[in-house]
Design a protein around this ligand. Structure first.
Ligand code: HEC
Length: 237
C-alpha cells in the first residue's frame, strides 16, 4: 500500500491530522517567539543568549534586577529604579519591602497580578516578589522535570502518528527510516540540552539544533505525505 492508494476516508483522516499538527506546531513556534524571544530581542539579546538566559540564567544578578535593567525598566522612573535596585543589593529583605512596595503597586501590579489575566507572575506581596530576588539560576529542576515529561510523552505520540503515515510514502526505505528517526532523536537532543544548558551554557547551541531538526523533519514528513496523498503521479509510459 502507498499513500496514493490508501482508501479516501483514511486519506482524509490522515490529511486532517497532518494539517492540524502542522498548525499546532506553528502556534507552538509563535508561543515560543512571543514568550521567550520577543521580550529579549528588544533588549538586544540574540537567540543563543535567550536560550542561555532561560536555562542557565543570569548568574550575575537576580531576575528582578535583570528585568528592571531590561524591558521592565521603562515602567519606572530612574529614581524608583535605583530604589528597587538598592533594596535588591542590600539583600532584598522583607523588613524593607514596605519601602518599595508602593512603586511596584503603581508601576507593575496592573500587569503583574492575578486579575490581569496575563501569563506572568504576580508581584503583589513579598512572597511573590522574593521568587525573583534570588540570583537567577535559570529554569528550576521542578520546571524542567515538568516540561521534559510533558514533551517526551506528547511529542512521541505526535511523531509516532505522523511517522506512521509517512512510512507509507514512496520515497526510498532508507530515506523514510532516517526521516522517521530524526524527530525522536531531535526531541531527545533538545530535552537533554535543556538540562545540560542549566549547567553549561554552551549547550544552548544543541538546544537550537534539536529544535530546528525537529521542525524541519516534521515539516518534511507532513509535506511529503500530503503531496503523495493528493498530487497524482504523472504516468511515465
Ligand atoms: C505592561 C505590562 C507590564 C508592566 C507594567 C510590567 N510588566 Fe513585568 N512583565 C510583563 C510581561 C508580559 C512579562 C513576560 C515577558 C518577559 O519576560 O518580558 C513580564 C516579565 C517580568 C519579569 C520576569 C522576567 C523573567 O526573568 O522571567 C519580571 C521580574 C518583571 N516582569 C518585573 C516587572 C516589574 C518590577 C515591573 C514594574 C516596575 C513590571 N514588571 C511591570 C509585563 C509587564
Amino acid at each position: 500500500m502507498t499513500l496514493r492508494t490508501v482508501p479516501l476516508p483514511l486519506r482524509v483522516l490522515a490529511t486532517c491530522f497532518l494539517l492540524t499538527i502542522g498548525m499546532g506546531y506553528l502556534f507552538a513556534l509563535a508561543y515560543l517567539y512571543f514568550i521567550d524571544f520577543e521580550p529579549h530581542s528588544k533588549q538586544g539579546l540574540g537567540v543563543v543568549q535567550t536560550v542561555i538566559l532561560k536555562y542557565y540564567g543570569n548568574r550575575e544578578g537576580s531576575r528582578l534586577e535583570a528585568a528592571l535593567q531590561g524591558s521592565m525598566g521603562a515602567k519606572v522612573t530612574p529614581s524608583e529604579q535605583q530604589e528597587i535596585l538598592q533594596w535588591l543589593r542590600q539583600g532584598a529583605r522583607e523588613a524593607e519591602f514596605a519601602n518599595i512596595q508602593p512603586v511596584l503597586q503603581r508601576a507593575c501590579v496592573n500587569c503583574h497580578s492575578r486579575e490581569s489575566g496575563l501569563p506572568i507572575s504576580p508581584l503583589t506581596s513579598y512572597a511573590e516578589v522574593s521568587q525573583y530576588t534570588a540570583v537567577d539560576l535559570g529554569q528550576s529542576i521542578k520546571m524542567l522535570v515538568r516540561v521534559s515529561h510533558i514533551h517526551l510523552f506528547g511529542m512521541s505520540f505526535i511523531f509516532a502518528l505522523t511517522s506512521m503515515i509517512f512510512a507509507f510514502s514512496q520515497t526510498s526505505p532508507l530515506f523514510r527510516s532516517v526521516l522517521i528517526a530524526i524527530p525522536f532523536f531531535a526531541i531527545l537532543l533538545d530535552i537533554a540540552s535543556w538540562w545540560l544548558t542549566k549547567y553549561e551554557p554552551l549547550f544552548a547551541y544543541t538546544v537550537i539544533v534539536g529544535g530546528v531538526l525537529m521542525g524541519l523533519s516534521l515539516a518534511g514528513q507532513i509535506t511529503i505525505s500530503l503531496y503523495e496523498m493528493w498530487v497524482p503521479r504523472h504516468p511515465r509510459n
